[in-house]
Each structure stands twice: as C-alpha cells, then as structure tokens.
Design a protein around this ligand. Structure first.
Ligand SMILES: NC(=O)c1ccc[n+]([C@@H]2O[C@H](COP(=O)([O-])OP(=O)(O)OC[C@H]3O[C@@H](n4cnc5c(N)ncnc54)[C@H](OP(=O)(O)O)[C@@H]3O)[C@@H](O)[C@H]2O)c1
Length: 258
C-alpha cells in the first residue's frame, strides 16, 4: 500500500486531501500542530476508509521540524510515495508594522520547511524511481501583494522553486505539481485576519474539497502547474501583459479592507 504525507491536514484543503487519498486506498501520514484535531480528523476518516493512519503533531514553523518529521517516518518504517506540502499561513498589514516573529514564522512554514521536506523525501523517491509531490502555492504567487507582502512573496517562491525542480525531475518518474488555489472556503482567511475582504465574502467561493480534488487529479497525472478556476487561469496568463504600476495599485485596492 502506498502512503501520503500531508502537512496541515487538520483543516481546509489539507483535510480534504486526506479524505481523497484515503478514499483512493492510500494510507495517511498526517502532520500539523494540534494532536486533538489530528485525532478527530483520523476518526472521521476511519468512517469512510480503513486505510492505516499515522499522525505526528509538530509546529512546522520550527527550524528543525522537517528533519523531525523525516526521522519520525524513518523510525516508524513509513515510506512516503506521495508528499503534499500544504500547511501555510497568511499575513495582513503594512510590512513596516508587521510583527517580526510573525514574519519569521510565516517564512519558516511557507518557504523553509516546505523546501526541506521536498528535499528530504525527494531523495528516496528518486532512488526508487517513483513519487508524486504537490506543493500548495496560491494565485497570490503571480504578482506582488501590497498589504500582504510577505505572504504573496512566499507563494511566488513556492511557485518558482517547485516549477524549477519539476523541470529537473523530468528525467525521472518523480513529479512535482504546484497547486495554485484562488480564495477558497477554509480557516485560512480567519487565521490571516482577512475574512472581511470582498474576495472572501463571495458566496460562490470554492470549497476546500473542490480545490483538493482538482489538485489530486493534477498531481496523479504529473502536471507541473495546476491553477484552480477558469478566471484564475485567465488572470495568471494575462497579468504578464499588464504594466507593473497598474498591477500594484489594483492589488493594493483589492486588499484594502472596506
Ligand atoms: N484558503 C484560501 O483562500 C487559500 C488560497 C490560496 C492558497 N491557500 C493555501 O492553501 C494551504 C492550506 O490552507 P487552507 O486554506 O486549507 O487553510 P487552513 O484551513 O487554515 O489550514 C491550515 C492548516 O495548516 C496547519 N498549520 C498552520 N500552521 C501550522 C504550523 N505552524 N505547523 C504545522 N501545521 C500548521 C493547520 O493545522 P494546525 O492549526 O492544527 O496546526 C491547518 O491544518 C496554505 O498553504 C494556504 O496558503 C489557501
């Protein structure tokens, strides 16, 4: 039986990924901070699938967390065939007033740990010539985001890093997919204090399950890039032709709270 490691599996897109992998008969190794939430997600998945579930509670914004996850998997004899680097948080506010610790936490979680986990688990995948990795970026990756400067830049890193590695992997049977969701129904907006932004009050916001299903299918078919939603794909394409000053002022207006 194959196994997937999913980070940030206790809510939103990560939890939806866990349900989808379980329904497809793939055993789960679920990682996030809160042990009680991990247990409750495991219990609800056990109702829809009998795949083995292993959990590990750890703060992935801590410097050595990626190594701890890797060594936990090695000690338990868990071989990772699929890796979903999903855990991530947002920020909001003018950069000059942002809390330094919050910036460091965001960068460690969204950028550093994602990179380290990709590196650690990729090596074995390449050795056995099979593996699928999915890194969750965002439509925020395609332009700078005044008022969410660090978050947007962190997702631009995830996009460019992942696409470059995906290209390097072309000669192997290992693939790396970058998933770019647009605004999606989950706890993300609340955690980032942006739930009042117009884009999150849209009644037609896609569900986390819809986004995860889209990502799962792209990952399984080894696509390099998966942008969720037709309009998001259009925007990502046409933004290359728009003057930078116009992009900056439009995004700035979009991110201003009413
Ligand atoms: N929702 C959106 O609109 C949207 C749009 C584009 C991209 N994304 C991206 O999608 C990914 C998933 O977000 P979501 O929307 O599903 O958000 P969510 O509902 O807030 O879920 C975030 C998950 O990450 C975990 N997490 C947060 N901080 C962590 C830490 N320090 N260490 C370990 N785990 C941590 C949380 O679990 P614990 O609290 O239990 O640790 C939770 O399981 C993120 O990378 C986000 O940037 C979201």
């Amino acid at each position: 039986m194959k196994t997937v490691l999913i980070t940030g599996a206790t809510s939103g897109i990560g939890e939806a990924f866990a349900q989808i992998f379980a329904k497809n008969g793939i055993s789960l190794f679920l990682v996030s901070r809160d042990i009680q939430k991990l247990e409750s997600v495991s219990k609800s998945i056990a109702k829809i699938s009998d795949v083995p579930i292993q959990t590990f509670a750890i703060d992935l914004s801590e410097g050595d967390s990626a190594n701890k996850v890797f060594h936990f998997a090695v000690e338990k004899g868990i071989q990772i065939d699929y890796l979903v680097n999903n855990a991530g948080i947002g920020d909001y506010g003018e950069f000059q007033y942002m809390d330094e610790q919050k910036i460091a936490t965001l960068l460690e979680l969204n950028v550093v740990t994602l990179t380290k986990l990709t590196r650690l688990f990729l090596e074995k995948m390449v050795q056995k010539d099979f593996g699928r990795i999915l890194n969750v970026a965002s439509t925020a990756a395609f332009q700078p985001g005044p008022l969410m400067a660090v978050y947007f830049a962190s997702k631009a890193y995830v996009l460019h890093f992942s696409l470059a590695v995906a290209k390097e992997l072309e000669k192997t049977n290992v693939t790396l997919t970058t998933l770019c969701p647009g605004p999606t129904h989950s706890n993300f907006a609340h955690t980032a204090s942006i739930q009042k932004l117009k884009m999150f009050s849209d009644k037609n916001l896609p569900s986390a399950l819809e986004v995860a299903e889209f990502g799962f299918s792209a990952m399984m078919s080894g696509k390099k890039l998966a942008i969720h939603g037709f309009m998001n794909r259009m925007k990502a394409f046409f933004i290359k032709f728009i003057p930078l000053d116009l992009i900056l002022s439009e995004i700035s207006k979009m991110l201003e709270k009413a």
